[in-house]
Design a protein around this ligand. Structure first.
Ligand SMILES: C=C(CC[C@@H](C)[C@H]1CC[C@H]2C3=CC[C@H]4[C@H](C)[C@@H](O)CC[C@]4(C)[C@H]3CC[C@]12C)C(C)C
Ligand SMILES: C[S@@+](CC[C@H](N)C(=O)[O-])C[C@H]1O[C@@H](n2cnc3c(N)ncnc32)[C@H](O)[C@@H]1O
Length: 360
């Protein structure tokens, strides 16, 4: 082979590798590139250990039942998955019904805007995002409503990412991010004009505790909307296939135990809310939320090869391959949950704190 052929072959290979990693790799919203995958706030050499620690929670289910250990377990989970989520899904860590003719990005934004429209917010109001992730919903909601949004997340790395994205989007004057536990929020009572949570309160070991906190910080008369992960009326606890799917979802998504849809309104009323509306947003005529997961299967294989290569050459932390594989399996359980109708990630509940409510 002469030197020109060698040079051209080398250039082609390098170009191909660059295309595979950097062009095919980035998330829909260019949040992350595969070469930047990290373990969040965990140092690269501890990612594998932390993944093993995450799984050990499930080997000792009693630990998950010990409510005070849950926030730590959830924090570990988000250190492990946040970059992969941003890379492969975007900055909004939730599902939305498919909208024919619209992109995932638009469907996601409309699902978020619906939440803030439901809580009747005016420009300048101060509203709370309970479990805000890296702030995809917060930015869409602030831009749509011109309200001031305060987000809270247990994960320090997400706080860093959310603040960075807020600044880049020019929304940092409307969006504030706080690191904290939504079971003990660092906010005074009666201090918000509205609140929402999108696919986040499912991480609370006891729903009552997080709903009571939200109730406390809301001003009397204001509204709270939540999109909840629940099992539906089609779920049968004596069906082995149903149990396998729900356990698969719990393990791959750091859930201390999925609740039934019947528990949601009951808990809201128990802490003092009036239930204004309740509906599974996945019900027809909504188009399936899980088609995006199914359509991504080829991309998941590409991502798997990429992550394996990057971990092998030491660019991605060891352990990233295991985390990615866990997510790969989780996508399948979620799809089965959606297709069988036994699970929904968007059971919507709209509640009001009564005008006459006294804070505890
Ligand atoms: C609300 C929660 C998270 C919901 C979703 C945002 C995530 C649930 C499963 C995740 C994913 C599964 C497969 C991954 C794929 C293998 C990888 O290559 C790229 C990222 C995935 C698509 C990833 C993206 C986010 C999810 C869809 C829970 C935690 C309460
Ligand atoms: C699936 S993500 C959803 C994020 C965001 N709502 C979105 O849709 O993009 C769940 C969020 O809940 C947060 N969370 C879970 N348990 C928490 C807790 N005890 N306190 C504060 N945040 C918590 C996680 O850190 C994460 O940001």
């Amino acid at each position: 082979m002469d030197s020109l052929t060698l040079f051209c072959t080398g250039a082609l290979l390098a170009g191909g590798l660059y295309w595979f990693v950097c062009i095919l790799g980035p998330a829909e919203q260019k949040g992350k590139r595969a070469v930047d995958l990290s373990g969040g706030s965990i140092s690269a050499e501890k990612v594998q250990d932390n993944y093993d620690k995450y799984w050990s929670f499930f080997r000792r289910p009693k630990e998950i039942e010990t409510a005070e250990k849950v926030p730590d377990f959830v924090d570990t989970f988000y250190n492990l998955v946040t970059d992969i989520y941003e890379w492969g899904w975007g900055q909004s860590f939730h599902f939305s019904p498919s909208l024919p003719g619209k992109s995932h990005r638009d469907a996601t934004r409309l699902h978020e805007e619906m939440a803030v429209d439901l809580i009747d917010v005016k420009p300048g109001d101060r509203i709370l995002d309970v479990g805000c992730g890296v702030g995809g919903p917060m930015r869409a909601i602030a831009a749509h409503s011109r309200a001031n949004v305060v987000g809270i997340t247990i994960n320090e790395y997400q706080v860093k990412r959310a603040r960075l994205h807020n600044k880049k989007a020019g929304l940092d004057s409307l969006c504030e991010v706080v690191c904290g536990n939504f079971l003990e929020m660092p906010f005074p009572e009666n201090s918000f004009d509205g609140a929402y949570s999108i696919e986040a309160t499912c991480h609370a070991p006891k729903l009552e505790e997080v709903y009571a906190e939200i109730f406390r910080v809301l001003k009397p008369g204001s509204l709270y909307v939540s999109y909840e992960w629940v099992t539906t009326d089609k779920y049968k606890g004596d069906d082995a296939e149903h149990v396998e799917v729900i356990q698969g979802i719990e393990r791959g998504d750091a859930l201390p135990g999925l609740r039934s849809y019947v528990d949601i309104a009951e808990t809201a009323r128990k802490v003092g809310f009036e239930v204004v509306k309740e509906r599974d947003l996945a019900n027809p005529p909504a188009e399936p939320w899980w088609t995006r997961l199914k359509m991504g299967r080829i991309a998941y294989w590409r991502n798997h090869i990429l992550v394996t290569l990057l971990a092998a050459i030491g660019v991605a932390p060891k352990g990233t391959v295991d985390v990615h594989e866990m997510l790969f399996k989780t996508a399948d359980y979620l799809t089965r949950g959606g297709e069988s109708g036994i699970f929904t990630p968007m059971h919507m509940i709209l509640c009001r704190k009564p005008e006459t409510a006294k804070s505890s």
